[in-house]
Design a protein around this ligand. Structure first.
Ligand SMILES: Cc1ncc(COP(=O)(O)O)c(C=O)c1O
Length: 477
């Protein structure tokens, strides 16, 4: 595509965008059980969008020249820290969970001040921690979780601590299974060994305190637990702020100082950055501030109640469907459903073919593959319909197997280290991925193949795939 030689009329631009968007997943309506958080409150969406747009041109680069942003950030951090059991923690507003995590890992690395630091990660910790280690030159030390509860095992975490450990991590809750790690035990290890402990509340940090108030047995997970030194909580998840909104918090200003970056050693303005981004739109912060104020504590209790009701109805309903089982005992509104009777990847396709969006989670280190659902306040209105379709989808999946056994056997032995990028590219069509064609509607065969591959090959292949996706069409196409 080339830039239009003359600017297009507004209607034409909007019509083109509408056409592009028609292929997107629905972000509202409750049928999309991943990626989006729908409060089923058009008033809140409307306010968020309006405020977001009104602050789009304001630059968060320099907090001294746009004091409204500084005031809003201090407000949002104050609200978040009180929500998580501290009136003295300090923090920053960031663009999302991944940025919050990268910053917390950087702070821990720079606090330790050693070369070759390690971060101890239960395998259920979000992949953003491994990304942070990759970016920051740290080693991610993965430890298994309990295969029944999917929670971190303190003794395994302890065994992984060395004199190079810069950070321990616990999830509250984990994305894949929605369970809360034993934060008290892990934080006690941190205290005993002098290692900071980050609790990843990106997905659970906002909702869990509300679930606790509604009677769910939520274990202690926040700053009230001695030894917890930093936390992340995403406002663009269960606080229903528009995307680009998270908070990273530290119990101690000295630790946060290690997050900040300043550079005076060049010809331009003296750069001081609290977060990874430098120029950043004020939109996400202003919108998050507005949504928090407009929903208020009573509104969040109501949203949490709907989410909890939907989750309980789903858990009870799944229990009654032959052939399905829920993994672990989720404390949050995240449910992983496995099956010993049907291929769970086929089941995901069957659900998606019925107009839902559910997410396939591949088996990993002996933990079973599953179908993931993130429930929100909007799920309450649709959960009964979902259960009806789920029961039908299970029957439709019975006896269906996917994947060519010879191919599945062959990929297990491929060593990504010895395969060149060109060979990797040729593997994509074997996996059912054709250049320019996007992903097929049915993903079970691809998921099965990916699951069978050595992990590193899977990663390399996905990077090839990403390269294909992000290649603009050439003139010939
Ligand atoms: C537990 C947890 N941590 C971190 C993240 C990363 O958040 P983001 O996608 O906003 O970068 C997620 C996202 O789902 C999550 O569930």
């Amino acid at each position: 595509m080339t830039l239009p030689a003359t600017g297009l009329p507004r209607e034409e631009v909007l019509a083109r965008l509408t056409a592009l968007r028609s292929k997107d997943l629905a972000a509202r309506g409750g049928r999309t059980f991943a990626y989006v958080y729908d409060p089923a409150r058009p008033d809140i969406d409307e306010l968020g969008h309006e405020v977001y747009a009104s602050y789009l041109d304001v630059n968060g680069l320099d907090p001294t020249v746009f004091p409204s942003l500084l005031a809003m950030e201090n407000d949002v951090v104050d609200i978040a820290r009180r929500h998580l059991g501290s009136s003295t923690a300090v923090g920053s507003f960031t663009s999302g969970g991944t940025e919050s995590i990268i910053l917390a890992v950087k702070a821990a690395r720079d606090r330790a001040g050693i070369v070759g630091g390690q971060v101890v990660l239960p395998v259920t910790a979000h992949a953003a921690f491994q990304k942070a280690c990759h970016y920051l030159g740290l080693e991610a030390v993965l430890v298994d979780v309990d295969p029944q509860t999917f929670r971190a095992v303190p003794s395994l975490v302890e065994a992984a601590i060395t004199d190079r450990t810069v950070l321990l991590v616990a999830s509250a809750a984990s994305y894949a299974h929605g369970v809360v790690d034993p934060v008290e035990e892990i934080a006690a290890l941190g205290l005993e060994r002098g290692v900071p402990v980050h609790v990843d509340g990106c997905i659970g940090g906002w909702l869990l305190p509300y679930f606790a108030r509604l009677g769910v047995d939520v274990p202690a997970f926040d700053f009230r637990v001695p030894g917890v030194t930093s936390m992340s909580v995403d406002l663009h998840k269960y606080a229903y702020a528009p995307k680009g909104a998270s908070v990273v918090l530290y119990d101690d200003a000295a630790l946060r100082r290690k997050q900040f970056y300043a550079c005076a050693d060049w010809t331009g303005y003296t750069m001081i950055n609290a977060t990874v981004q430098s120029t950043k739109s004020g939109g996400p912060l202003a919108a998050a501030w507005a949504v928090l104020h407009a929903v208020g504590d009573d509104g969040y209790v109501e949203l949490a109640q709907k989410t909890l009701t939907a989750t309980r109805r789903l858990l009870e309903g799944v229990d009654k469907i032959d052939g399905l089982r829920v993994l672990g005992d989720p404390e949050l509104a995240l449910v992983a459903i496995a099956s010993d009777e049907v291929d769970v990847f086929v089941l995901c396709d069957e659900m998606n073919a019925r107009g839902w969006y559910v997410q396939a989670q591949l088996g990993y280190r002996g933990l079973p593959a599953s179908m993931h659902l993130t429930l929100t306040a909007s799920s309450e209105a649709v959960v009964d319909d979902l259960l009806v379709d789920l029961a039908v989808a299970v029957e439709a999946s019975r006896g269906v197997t996917v994947g060519d056994p010879a191919l599945l056997a062959a990929v297990q032995d491929l060593d990504p280290e010895t395969l060149g990028d060109d060979v990797l590219g040729t593997l994509l069509p074997l996996a059912g991925i054709e250049p320019g064609a996007g992903l097929p509607e049915r993903m079970a065969a691809i998921n099965t193949l990916l699951e069978k591959m050595p992990m590193r090959l899977r990663e390399r292949l996905l990077i090839e795939f990403l390269g294909l996706l992000f290649t603009p069409k050439s003139d010939a196409e």
